[in-house]
Design a protein around this ligand. Structure first.
Ligand SMILES: *Cc1c(COP(=O)(O)O)cnc(C)c1O
Length: 388
């Protein structure tokens, strides 16, 4: 059996080596390292893939979030509601901009921000909601947009884990995640579903004016050379990374299908194991019965395949897997509202019962495009033996 990895970047590279090598070499020979044609072409191709008017590439997914918030003109003291159960980058940029993060609980099945909790957290100072499409599944965007419209709030989608996922609205429309709110951010960190070979990120929006503002912000606040109209940052996707992304973008759907195929095999193996809960697909507005992962539906792109283990010592399981050569991850082990940097005396533990429970029960298994049957059999048998 091949050595099991959490993410197999090497195996994926082997499949596209020729194209990646030649286009990276072309960039080096052209010396158009910054803002070269590769970046522009990638931007256009991603706009087309997502069916969105504007993609603005930048240096990483954390910058993308920060720049999105700067572009919306949020002011110190404005409250921004986001999920308690996510990667810290989401809340970090809110705090960095001296906005006030307001963390709220998530849904126990999808792990995504709970619209009921959003409603409860709204105050006259609330200006924006940041749903995170966690682990590759869209948050409940119908309800989130409804709340936002009612209260005149911006919606900034953190799509770092969801690129390529579809969201089916109750009105029957299917949109890509990251194209539903007012603005969205994504990350091309190597392990993300569309990853480059270094750091990279992008901002998406359908709003022309906002796109214009943001193109200036990423470039030192310049709209005309050496005229600095607003305080900006320096955040660029470089041409070598864009060349890698151009080679991978045409394969994104196939990559996400490979992830779904692996998820389906995991699900099958865990069927009937009472103390293991496999990922729940909400498929909001989707005609398919989501007891199974269907072939055609992109409702979940499995950035992570995350189990909940009930009445099992999760940390002992993780250690056992590591001893057997099976990498695994706990995303995330500590709720953000309990992190030293983000403590806030307004928080009440009773408002975080789901996150407080999830951090004890979740475990993410190896998930990438190169997992084979032998590896999945070994992983699932090892887990079932341990929990049974
Ligand atoms: C990865 C990630 C980010 C940050 O992306 P970087 O490119 O690493 O800065 C932000 N939010 C979420 C949910 C992520 O998973």
């Amino acid at each position: 059996m091949k050595k099991i990895q959490m993410v197999d970047l090497k195996g994926q590279y082997e499949q596209i080596k020729e194209q990646v090598d030649s286009s990276v070499l072309d960039v080096i020979q052209s010396t158009a390292f910054i803002n070269g044609p590769e970046v522009h072409n990638f931007q256009k191709e991603l706009e087309e893939y997502l069916n969105i008017k504007h993609v603005i590439p930048c240096a990483n997914g954390t910058d993308a979030l920060q720049i999105a918030m700067m572009g919306l003109g949020l002011k110190p003291g404005d409250e921004v509601i986001t999920a308690d159960f996510t990667f810290a980058a989401t809340v970090e940029v809110i705090a960095l901009l001296q906005l006030t993060p307001v963390l709220v609980d998530v849904e126990p099945d999808s792990f995504n921000i709970d619209p009921k909790a959003i409603r409860k957290a709204i105050t006259p100072k609330t200006k924006a909601i940041v749903p995170v499409h966690l682990f590759g599944q869209a948050a409940n965007m119908d309800e989130i947009m409804e709340i936002a419209n009612e209260h005149k709030l911006f919606v900034i989608e953190d799509n770092a884990q969801g690129i390529g996922a579809d969201y089916k609205s109750q009105d029957g429309k299917t949109l890509k995640t990251g194209t539903i709110g007012h603005i969205a951010s994504t990350s091309f960190f190597p392990s993300k579903n569309l990853g480059c070979y270094g750091d990279g990120g992008a901002i998406f929006t359908n709003n022309d004016e906002l796109a214009h503002t943001i193109r200036g912000i990423v470039n030192h606040g310049m709209y005309k050379r050496y005229h600095h109209d607003v305080v900006g940052v320096n955040s660029r996707l470089d041409s070598i990374q864009a060349a890698v992304l151009r080679a991978k973008l045409p394969n994104l759907d196939q990559y996400n299908n490979a992830r779904r195929a692996a998820a389906r095999k995991y699900n099958k193996a865990f069927e009937g194991i009472s103390n293991i809960i496999t990922p729940q697909i909400k498929g909001n507005g989707c005609a398919t019965n989501h007891d199974t992962i269907c072939d055609t539906c992109n409702c979940h792109v499995f950035h992570q395949y995350t189990l909940k283990v009930i009445d099992v010592d999760r940390d002992a399981l993780a250690q056992h897997l590591n001893e057997k050569g099976i990498p695994c991850g706990v995303y995330y082990p500590i709720p953000l509202h309990s992190q030293k940097a983000y403590l806030d005396e307004r928080y009440n533990e009773a408002d975080f019962t789901v996150t407080n429970q999830l951090v004890k029960e979740v475990i993410s298994l190896p998930m990438h495009t190169e997992l084979d049957n032998e590896q999945i059999d070994f992983i699932t048998k090892t887990i079932i033996d341990f929990v049974s």
